[in-house]
Structures are given as C-alpha cells and as structure tokens.
Design a protein around this ligand. Sequence first.
Ligand SMILES: [Fe+2]
Ligand SMILES: [Fe+2]
Length: 475
Amino acid sequence: MSSINYSEKIPNNVNLSEDRALQRALEQWQPNFLNWWGDVGPAGSSNYDVYLRTAVSVDPQGWAQFGYVKMPEYRWGIFLNPAEKDRKIHFGEHMGEPVWQEVPGEHRANLRRIIVTQGDTEPASVEQQRHLGLTAPSLYDLRNLFQVNVEEGRHLWAMVYLLHRYFGRDGREEAEALLDRRSGDEDNPRILGAFNEKTPDWLSFFMFTYFTDRDGKFQLSALAESGFDPLARTTKFMLTEEAHHMFVGESGVSRVIQRTCEVMNQLKTDDPDRIRAAGVIDLGTIQRYLNFHYSVTIDLFGADQSSNAAIFYSSGLKGRYEEGKRTDDHRLRDEAYKVLEVRDGQLVEREVPMLNGLNEVLRDDFIKDSMAGVARWNKVIEKAGLPMRLTVPHKAFNRQIGSLSGVRVSPEGRVVSQEEWDAKKDEWLPSAEDRAFVASLMGRVAEPGKFANWIAPPVMGINRQPVDFEYVRFN
Ligand SMILES: [Fe+2]
Ligand SMILES: [Fe+2]
C-alpha cells in the first residue's frame, strides 16, 4: 500500500489505474498544471539539473530518493499515508463514529471550501517565489528553493486529487480555478492575503518559509485530524514534506543573523549604516522583516471569533493541533477561550465559547511554536557575545483580520493613534528603503561552495553531501 507506482503517467499509491474516469480526468488536468508551472513556476529553471528528493514511498523511514532532476520532469503525484484500521472520528458531534471514506452530503460544501482554500496556498507560494532563483546566494540555497517549489506543486496535486476523486464536476471546476488565480493579481487573486504579498528577496523567502510554511504545518495538522479520512491521510503525508520547508526558513534566517554578527564583531559596531556598508543585513532590518511576516501570517488563521470554525470542528471536518493528545471532552460545548479586543482604547481579554474561538486556539499554538525558533535565532546572537535580541511582535500588531483589524497597535502591544502609527511605521515594518537595501545585496552566486557575503554557509549539506556539492547544474 505504501509503495508508489512510478510506471504510470501520474505516480500514485491510490490504485489510480483502477478508476479509468478519474485517471482520465487527472491526466487532462496534468498538462494544464505543467503549463501553469511553465508560465509562473521558477523563472528560467526549466533546463537545470537539480539535486532533488522525490518521494518513493510514504514510510516514515526512507521515503525520499535523491538525484538530479530537471524540474519540469519532476514526478508530481498522489501519495496518501496508509489507512489506519478502524479509525474513528475523535472529536465533534460525530465522535466515536467510523471515519468517512466518502464525502457526507451535509458537509460537502464546507469540505470543498476547506480543500480549495488549502489547495490555493500551494501554487500561490510557487508564484510568489518565482524570481528568487535568479538571485540565489548559493547553489545549496537554490536547490532548497527548488525543492520547496516542486513540493508545493505536489501539495497542489494532493488537493486536486481530492477535488477530482470526491467532488465530481464542481471539484474539477475548482481544480481548474486553482490554476487560474494568480498571486497578487488584482482581478483574480489568491484566496488568502499573505499569499498575495510579494516575496521579493531571500530574507523575505526565509521569513516566509519559517512563518508562513509553519501556518501550513498548523493548518495541515488540524486537517490531519479530519473525520474525512482521505483528507487526513493526504495531509499527514504533506506534513512530512513541510518539515523541510520550515527548516529552510529557520536555518536561512539563522545563517543571515550569524553572518551579520560576525561582521558586527569584526567591525566592533552596532551602527546599522556601517553594518550595511559592509554588505550584510543589520539586525534592525531583520527584526522589521520578522514583524511583517509574523503579523501577515497570523492573519491566515482567520477571525478570532468564527462560526465557521465552530461548524468545521463540530462536524468533524477540522480538528485542533494534536487533537488526539488533548484530554478534554473533544466536543468543547462548555469550554471557553480568551480572545483580545479593544475597549476604551485598551486591549482587553474577553472569554468566548471555545468552539467560536478555535481559529484563535490554532493561532496561539502557532505562536508558541514560532517563538521557539526565534529563541534559537537569539542563541546565535548570544553566542556572538552581542546584547541585542529579536522578539515576536504583539499578537495585535499590524492585523488585517478579525476584531483587531480596526486598531493600530505597536509591536509591544500598546494601542496607538493613527498619527503615531504613521510616524513609527518605518521603525516597525520594513520601509521601502529597507527593502531596496536588501534587494541591493541580492545577486546569484553559482560557484559550488561559494556563498553571498550576507549569509553564512550551512553547517552541513543536503542528504549528507558536502556543502560545496554541485547542487544545481545549469547546462
Ligand atoms: Fe505546501
Ligand atoms: Fe510548504
């Protein structure tokens, strides 16, 4: 069951060849996917040989095979974790009933919406990252970018399979629409805000893969609990791929910080102008990028109070992060949760029914997880003997969604006037000048083992290869 059939046009472990109509429909979607990849996938990359991992089984041990692949020839396919025998729905009003192998009619519209919303983020990030290959700071980093890109493409396949297999005609239409929307397009944008932002430089890319791919981790973890078994099984396998994306982000930012600290110590200065003149990114700019990506990403969890979130949970469609490890009643009808709101110009906590606050529950789980990595970044600064520290901004900072969207809040959590916000905005979020400076450092480094001046080399290579391995061959 866990082995993947690579002899078919669409690699899969779902016995696709036994369902001719489905196979035909997906084989018709496949060229459209490849056209989309060619149009808005990684710019200029089609002829490179890239040292990529490809899934060869869904076993936790050794599912990956590494080798040179031309990206348009990457074997995108459909891989589900094996079914768990006698699995039961373990939260919500259907708790204790067997999981669903087909879509229950009454939950059809909600399930489709959940799958489309998740599916839409996958091609969006490929579009957002499409020009980054042209300015990669090393072959190692270029390879990691491309690995993330092909796997986001595969995540799109994962969702499209569910749409085709379980939703019939409107599922197929949704699958087409996933290739039609474009990140940042005014007329036909991607569904969620953060996926319409630009990822114009590598510091943005590393912040994005640290924070926004981590949103992916939490959304997928919540869907991996789903009573709709095919969704649970496919998201479980997606999570194993997602881990590498967050590694790229965490280690990337860490290496930027490390290099900056080295230069600060060499020059014995914390003057941003001198640090920048030495061609590295000052810690203040890194903090502002962090503030931006963090705040934009926590918006992805949705409004702090949401009747949809309650319905998704009670219906057994979307659980909490690590639902199975929690010891409450998994129905939550009598539980409460604290959300923030502004009263008389102050941020105050308010208790709401937990079912309505489940977006906030997931957001808070994400925040905890995010802060752990920021603490590891601070260790790098501490080790360098420098006193500065990075922090995550207050949860209410720079929010566009939910009850906090109407107020201006400083990174420390102080409600401020519009005037103060306007005056301080460039201290809190990347200014046009910050972005122009970071952009000025970007330029492709393509010699094996060489790294751009603004980033330290990684501790080790990919798949136990040396750091100076030729991870990408340009031909
Ligand atoms: Fe993804
Ligand atoms: Fe990802």
